[in-house]
Unconditional design. Structure first.
Lengths: 307, 541
């Protein structure tokens, strides 16, 4: 990260207001006016940002499990909600989410990287047209066509049950279908920053195109691989509409589908369980996200600006 | 079936080409090659399997698609010509099948009346009609019956008049079961290859009971012969349809009343002269009917207009408000004199790192009118009906989305601010530009140019942000009397979801797809215009 350029550089340059009684008091006043209030504002912003998260943490620790009981924050601290998760399908859903999201992420990374390598390193007829085509296709969200996805899987399932409705593999395939359009540009930009001289010298030394791809390029582009993998995982993790129509039976559900079912029905909703489940599922995501935060934002800006 | 397929191609592939330098020829098949071979073997095995089962199921589109893709895969990976394709092929296949084809299929469905009552081919409709018309044949004998099971498939075993045991399932018509034994109550007690379910399990298991009562085992391949059904799980009788299908005249005749229903190819139904129709139909091309309905059906068109306006408002506000807040916070907190900026920044972006669907569900609870924490804590227990009042619900969902997305813009704007050219700012201050002048003439335009493409993709994303809308309030509160229970916070994609009926209820895939096509067009148009505009903006700067 480059040294931050403060907007205030200008003010310091034209400082020196002459008529202050004491320099120290003046400096303190100016500090309060220019910097101090930002700390006060920060308290407000932090409250806005963090309150719902504190609330869900408190609700997860409240064994009564109702909305009304959760309103007194941290009145009880008890881990029975977390223990009760074991008697529901929660862990099955979590495992499903991991399997589906993980496979979608690995597939998206491999296919995206391979495509980006081809576009970045080979010159072939139809290259520009394919790039433009991808740019156009990725404008149209796959989720909008969920009716066709549903009907297609219905037909496909009669031939190959593993690719039909209620199959995790089918859902992974649907997610992978959206992978190339979304990720290729992100990766293409990054691949172009790797100097082509590296490839050429390796080629002279007798490396094949596959060796160059796996041994040279892939290690050099690891940051963007991590970003694409994480984004693909998060997309699968957060998807509701396609997961809901593809996965029919309860033991195939992902967390999004299952946890919606817990809360959507007002009479039967179990708030405590939901809160505990949300805390458990959010912690790994939070940790991953915060640790990779810089790459993600960098990747997002780079990809879309260059795209 | 899959054993012989993969062994053929490698023989030609690992032979070194003529004319290659002999130094390069000197290498055995390496690990990479073996890995490729193993992968291609798997692909071929799976492909051949799919082709065979598609052939058996007479599903010709799947058959030809699988065949073409498999042949292409072998050509791409076992010849040396199409080098770039070796890297593009897997992604392209998924893209073509699960995205491009899906789009095309949507367009196709939009011109049909696919949906409840029109769910398959004509052949399937005939079958369904005959099943619906089935009655017990009067005076027909009852047969002692046992419920049997094999790898999760239920079937019936009966003892016919001659004492032979016949067994069959919903898919397989009755056939003789050799070596079966008949128990004390006259029903089959042991059938080779099948588990005979004990009566006790039938009584205790409600789900199994329902499955048995609705099971029908065809007597023979001809649907007109009827089928065996049971009411109690211990005796079965032949049910025959009162309807008779005449394939040549394309008519179904009701033998009980004498009514003749003839196939109407325009509407995909069986229609009698009196105008009565059978509930089962098939899907046919209906031209622009679905599109016309979207715009002319008074109740639907009016509701959809409101939904469309709200979709734009929601999408615009979901970009403008979070961007404004994020930019403001970035301007304020990108200040070298502040201590603990990293810590503050981490806290600020927490909402973005929390999974969005969980946040929406969380807010659904927090905004609950009776028990929610928001009324309880911030409005002193007032009974504000956040989710039940149209305007409050709209405001609330915007609020939720603001909370969810401002950290993203905060991060992006902070990044853009830190990347501002220092010399430009310095030159401006030397020239005497004040703080506001610098902000409006240099900082904001540069930040805008850097973030404009992100704003556009965010707009497109919000336009179709099903998760937040649906998780927060299911698109409700419903407009009174609106078709498909469309509601005040429904955006177009959630309206499509409600109309399509994929989640249950009456389905109208044709109408839903027609609406999808229109939304596709809108999204595409907006993106195209916006990208052209940003390019102009960049050139202008």
């Amino acid at each position: 990260m480059s040294a931050p350029i403060a907007i205030e550089t200008a003010t310091t340059a034209r400082a020196a207001e002459p008529t202050l009684p004491s320099r120290a008091a003046g400096r303190r006043r100016r500090w309060a006016l220019e910097v101090g209030w930002k700390y006060l504002l920060a308290i407000v912003v932090i409250f806005y940002a963090v309150f719902p998260l504190v609330y869900v943490l408190s609700a997860s620790l409240n064994p009564r499990g109702t909305l009304a009981a959760s309103n007194a924050l941290f009145s009880v601290i008890d881990f029975s909600n977390f223990a009760a998760l074991a008697s529901t399908s929660y862990w099955t859903w979590a495992a499903n989410t991991l399997i589906i999201g993980g496979s979608a992420a690995i597939g998206a990374v491999l296919m995206g990287a391979a495509a980006a390598y081809a576009f970045s390193r080979f010159r072939f007829s139809g290259r520009r047209a394919s790039l433009t085509g991808l740019l156009i296709i990725q404008m149209f969200p796959q989720a909008l066509a969920f009716v066709a996805i549903f009907l297609m899987l219905l037909t496909l399932g009669e031939v190959v049950p593993a690719l039909g409705l209620n199959s995790k593999i089918a859902l992974i395939c649907v997610y992978l279908g959206g992978a190339l359009g979304v990720n290729t540009f992100l990766m293409y930009g990054f691949f172009n920053t790797v100097p082509i001289e590296i490839d050429e010298s390796a080629k002279i030394d007798g490396a094949t195109h596959a060796q160059i791809f796996w041994r040279l390029i892939m290690p050099l582009v690891t940051p963007i691989l991590a970003v694409v993998g994480l984004l693909a995982f998060l997309a699968a993790f957060g998807d509701y509409i396609i997961a809901k129509i593809v996965l029919v039976s309860e033991d195939n559900w992902t967390l999004a589908v299952g946890m919606y079912q817990w809360v959507s029905n007002q009479l039967a909703s179990n708030w405590g369980l939901f809160a505990a489940g949300a805390v458990v599922a959010a912690i790994p995501v939070l940790v991953l996200f915060l640790s990779l935060q810089r790459y993600i934002v960098g990747g997002l800006t780079a990809g879309s600006v260059k795209g | 079936m899959s054993v012989d397929a993969p062994t053929r191609p490698p023989l030609t592939a690992d032979r070194p080409e003529r004319g290659e330098a002999h130094g390069r020829r000197w290498r055995g098949p390496g690990w990479g090659f073996l890995a490729k071979l193993a992968l291609m073997a798997l692909v071929n095995a799976f492909g051949v399997m799919a082709i065979i089962s598609a052939f058996r199921a007479e599903s010709w589109i799947v058959f030809s698609a699988a065949l073409v893709l498999l042949v292409l895969a072998d050509i791409v990976y076992f010849t040396k010509r199409a080098l770039p394709l070796k890297y593009l092929f897997p992604g392209l296949v998924f893209l073509l099948v699960f995205q491009v084809f899906i789009f095309g299929y949507t367009a196709y469905i939009a011109f049909t009346n696919y949906g409840t009552g029109h769910a398959g081919s004509q052949e399937q409709a005939v079958e369904a009609a005959l099943i619906q018309g089935e009655r017990r044949v009067e005076g027909s004998p009852t047969y002692p019956l046992s419920v049997v099971e094999r790898i999760g498939v239920l079937g019936f075993a009966i003892v016919d008049e001659d004492g032979t045991v016949l067994v069959g399932t919903a898919e397989e018509p009755l056939s003789e079961a050799g070596g079966a034994e008949v128990g004390d109550r006259g029903a089959p007690s042991e059938v080779p290859g099948w588990n005979v379910l004990p009566r006790a399990s039938l009584i205790s298991d409600q789900e199994l009971q329902d499955a048995v009562v609705s099971l029908r085992v065809p007597v023979s391949d001809d649907p007109n012969d009827g089928s065996i059904r049971t009411r109690d799980g211990s005796s079965g009788a032949v049910y025959e349809s009162t309807l008779v299908w005449d394939a040549e005249a394309e008519t179904i005749t009701d033998t009980a009343t004498g009514t003749v229903y003839s196939a109407d190819a325009a509407s995909g139904r069986f229609v009698a002269d009196s105008g009565a129709t059978l509930p089962a139909g098939w899907y046919v091309n209906v031209g622009f009917d679905n599109f016309v309905r979207l715009f002319t059906d008074p109740a639907l068109a009016q509701t959809l207009l409101m939904v469309t306006v709200w979709t734009f408002v929601f999408a615009i506000l979901s970009v403008v408000l979070p961007f404004a807040l994020g930019l403001l916070l970035a301007l304020i907190y990108n200040d070298a004199r502040l201590k603990g900026r990293r810590f503050l920044r981490t806290l600020y972006i927490l909402p973005y790192a929390f999974p969005a669907f969980m946040s929406a569900l969380l807010f659904r609870g927090m905004f609950n009118a009776e028990f929610g924490v928001i009324n309880d804590l911030f409005f002193f227990g007032a009974d504000i009906n956040w989710l039940g009042d149209p305007w409050l619900a709209r405001g609330a969902v915007i609020w939720v989305n603001l909370w969810l997305t401002y950290p993203y813009y905060f991060l992006v704007c902070t990044g853009a601010l830190q990347a501002l050219p220092a010399d430009t700012l310095e030159a401006a201050s030397i020239d005497g530009a004040g703080r506001t002048r610098q902000l409006s003439a240099i900082i904001l335009p540069l930040v805008l140019v850097a973030t404009a493409p992100l704003l556009i993709s965010s707009f497109a994303f919000s336009f179709n942000n099903f998760t937040v809308i649906y998780m927060f309030n299911n698109g409700g509160p419903a407009f009174p009397g609106a078709p498909y229970a469309l509601g005040a916070t429904d955006i177009l994609i959630s309206a499509i979801y409600d109309i399509s009926g994929v989640s249950g209820g009456a389905a109208d895939y044709g109408l839903a797809s027609a609406l999808s096509i229109i939304v596709f067009a809108v999204v595409g148009l907006i993106s195209a215009l916006a990208f052209r505009q940003t390019r102009k903006l960049e050139e202008f700067m």
